[in-house]
Design a protein around this ligand. Structure first.
Ligand code: BGC
Length: 740
């Protein structure tokens, strides 16, 4: 015994390097053992230090033990440039320009999980190369209102589509040893009053609509961290929320990663200790200038926490749990010795951005085959609109980027048609000429003092003697136009764009409207415009992707991930009156009166309100024909499945991709259910004349609803229908089956 003690004492006196590797540094040991070992070596103060920020985007490691700092960065469309230690201003580095990938709405519009994996891998490589440990994204909040300023950072209105797309994104990022931080958990569905909105929903709505994507990211994607939202639920901020964090996330879903607060989302030490948040970021101290020695010591989970422990008012039980989670996150990322090195601005990343952009663009209307632009006949193209030239990677809030390059739509079109057609440009309207976010400047001077009349007159003149006209407008990520911390004022296009479009439609019948946005917009001119394209914020290769679709190098295959309503009143959140648009300091209760009837679920229920464009909708330059769907076995046993088959044929003259959608309808239910819900989709590529069989497998979970009283998912025996469709409003065939 004496000898052992003596050896231990000797070992402690030796420097780390001369000893046998301690368990926490031995990567042949399981992570849990290493976590316990590291935890056992840490002092109380060291534990406190790793659970809150030490700068805008980093938190401390344990210097004494050689455990590195943890570095986070936004997300989700590219890796944000370096800011100063304590300020949001640019650090002024010259090696932090990234590739901007398309916004998540575009990724979702590809309806292609392979694109999500490619996206995740590529952005993860960029984050890794920049030595980031945690990428702050993706966002998976459900699209509840087209006014939400952050919809472009999310995957649309459907929990199933969002879930299927988020899982490969998570896996792709984390294959680089970089953690995702899935945000904003939960119910952060608009921006106005985001710090003091208290969302009221019942459990069925929560579990069926607002939680599935988070659950999929955690359980299937194995996300290593999650970001709590700013808003409140059950009267408590999401970062200190017993129900969301303790009961559901860490309890029901067995999440073993770290909960990171949204920046400034923590408000109380006691609550933050007791409920769920593990790593506090962005609390509103005044950087280093306003603290005793270090203002980060003033964080709720810093010295105030230490004091409570030292006074014996709380034990270290919660602290140890938080530290374990942070250590686990570190072992998976910063201390992972086997991770790849990553890469930045590689040709592969640009190619990925371009391909995802091309697959996400949605062709909304194409009468008289104005598209693709036929370069045999079209010799002069008039391009009109600010979004044809405006750099869109700067702006929008925390997802704003500093890019190595961004190809604008005008530039992309010019390059593509060069030598074949002449391109003339007219501004058409003036929107946002600022071009700056947090010190990143686009360098573009978009100021223009001309009156709207002068701008329209110039555009009309250009349109008159062109063979075809491209109006490229929409929103632009400035405040109130698809931007964090503000919502849109209405569904209409801003800056008088409708007037410009009407004037162009009169001047030239070959008008193509390209709408760039992350949200639905009103289109009062739709009847007078033959072709409409839904473009998104496509990032670095924006112009290349758009031009490829416009001239037909790429056959459009994107489908809408959310409904385009004809009027704002057709959106249930607005029709039923609980969307709070006025800024206030006090807590605002927002009751989600529409319940589970979000997006197409509402359009289906209402019947008479026809959307402008339904969920899942999108055209192609070719045509597809569907056979009659069949089921292999018309009766599903409780633990069995039903196989649905349908043949799809390309009946046009060029290759294209169709998104075959499978919805399920519960024919007779004991409680109100949506008319149908998306439960499967597949994107199939077909050569002209080619036919393929598409096969779906449905299990009981696809038939279930959440029974709030019993607190479990229930599938009621009886009749169901499998509905094969090309959009929520374009049903191709139905086939009945039963659950035993
Ligand atoms: C946003 C988060 C973001 C964080 C850090 C917050 O304001 O809501 O999405 O990750 O800032 O920039």
């Amino acid at each position: 015994m004496k000898k052992i003690l003596f050896t231990l004492a000797m070992a402690a006196a030796l420097p780390l390097s001369a000893q046998q590797k301690p368990v926490y540094l031995d990567d042949s040991k399981p992570i849990e053992e290493r976590v316990e070992d590291a935890l056992g070596r840490m002092t109380l103060r060291e534990k406190i230090d790793v659970i809150h920020a030490q700068s805008k985007f980093s938190s401390a490691g344990v210097r004494r033990l050689g455990i590195p700092e943890l570095w986070t960065d936004d997300g989700p469309h590219g890796v944000r440039p370096e800011v100063l230690w304590d300020e949001w201003d640019q650090a002024g580095w010259t090696n932090d320009s990234c590739v901007a990938f398309p916004a998540l709405t575009c990724l979702s519009a590809t309806w292609n999980p392979d694109m999500a994996l490619l996206y995740g891998r590529s952005i993860g490589e960029e984050a890794r190369y920049r030595e980031k440990d945690v990428l702050l994204g993706p966002g998976v909040n459900i699209y509840r209102t087209p006014l939400n300023g952050r919809n472009f950072e999310y995957f649309g209105e459907d929990p199933y589509l969002t879930s299927r797309m988020v899982v490969p994104y998570v896996q792709g990022v984390q294959s680089n040893g970089v953690a995702v931080c899935v945000k904003h958990y939960a119910l952060n569905n608009h921006e106005v009053n985001r710090h003091n909105t208290n969302v009221i929903v019942d459990d069925r709505v929560l579990y069926e609509i607002y939680l599935p994507a988070f659950k999929a990211a955690v359980q299937e994607g194995k996300a290593w961290s999650i970001m709590s939202a700013y808003n409140l639920y059950e009267g408590k901020h999401c970062g200190q929320n017993p129900r969301l964090l303790d009961e559901i996330l860490k309890g029901e879903w067995s999440f073993d990663g770290a909960v990171i607060s949204d920046w400034g989302g923590i408000h109380d030490t006691g609550q933050a200790i007791a409920h769920g948040v593990d790593l506090e970021f962005g609390s509103w101290t005044d950087g280093l200038s306003n603290g005793a020695a270090n203002a980060y010591d003033n964080y709720y989970l810093a010295l105030p926490y230490l004091k409570l422990i030292q006074e014996g008012r709380v034990t270290t039980r919660e602290l140890d749990d938080k530290v374990r989670r942070v250590l686990r996150l570190m072992f998976r990322t910063s201390m992972n010795t086997r991770k790849p090195f990553g890469s930045m601005c590689s040709p592969e990343h640009y190619a990925a951005a371009r391909q995802i952009g091309e697959e996400g663009i949605v062709l909304l209307k194409n009468e008289g085959d104005v598209l693709p632009i036929n370069l045999e006949a079209v010799k002069k193209i008039a391009v009109v609109g600010e979004n044809a030239v405006k750099m869109m990677t700067v702006g929008g809030g925390s997802s704003s980027l500093k890019v190595q390059r961004e190809i604008s739509p005008l530039e992309g079109i010019r390059r593509r048609v060069s030598g074949r057609a002449e391109v003339v440009y007219a501004r058409g309207y003036v929107g946002d000429a600022s071009g700056e976010y947090n010190g990143v400047v686009t360098g573009q001077d978009l100021r223009d003092d001309r009156t709207p009349e002068e701008l329209i007159a110039e555009a009309v003149e250009a349109a008159r003697d062109a063979d075809c006209v491209l109006f490229i407008g929409g929103l632009n990520k400035s405040a109130g136009q698809d931007c964090e911390d503000s919502d849109r004022a209405g569904l209409e296009l801003p800056y008088g764009q409708d007037r410009v479009i009407e004037a162009l439609a009169q001047a030239n019948k070959n008008l193509i409207v390209v709408n760039i946005s992350g949200n639905a917009v009103a289109m009062p001119w739709l009847d007078r415009v033959p072709a409409v394209v839904q473009d998104w914020y496509l990032g670095s290769e924006a112009g290349t992707s758009l031009a490829a679709v416009l001239v037909g190098d790429v056959n459009p295959s994107g489908r809408l991930p959310f409904t385009f309503p004809a009027r704002l009143e057709d959106v249930p959140a607005h029709q039923l009156g609980e969307y709070t648009g006025t800024r206030t300091q006090d807590t605002v209760n927002v009751r989600y009166n529409e319940g589970i009837f979000v997006g197409y679920r509402w359009a289906d229920k209402q019947k008479k309100t026809k959307p402008l464009f339904p969920f899942g909708y999108g055209l192609s330059y070719t045509t597809f024909e569907y056979g009659k769907p069949t089921v292999d076995n018309a009766v599903m046993t409780a633990d069995g499945s039903v196989t649905v088959r349908v043949r799809v044929k390309n009946t046009g003259s060029r290759e294209g991709q169709e998104v075959v959608q499978l919805y399920v309808s519960d024919v007779k239910a004991s409680l109100p259910r949506p008319v149908k819900e998306l439960k499967g989709f597949q994107k199939v590529r077909l050569a002209p004349g080619e036919e393929k069989e598409v096969v779906f497998t449905l299990r009981k979970d696809a038939l279930s609803f959440f029974d709030a009283d019993q607190h479990r998912w229930v599938a009621e025996p009886g009749k169901f229908e499998a509905i094969v469709a090309a959009s929520a409003a374009d049903i191709k065939g139905k086939v009945a089956f039963e659950l035993e």
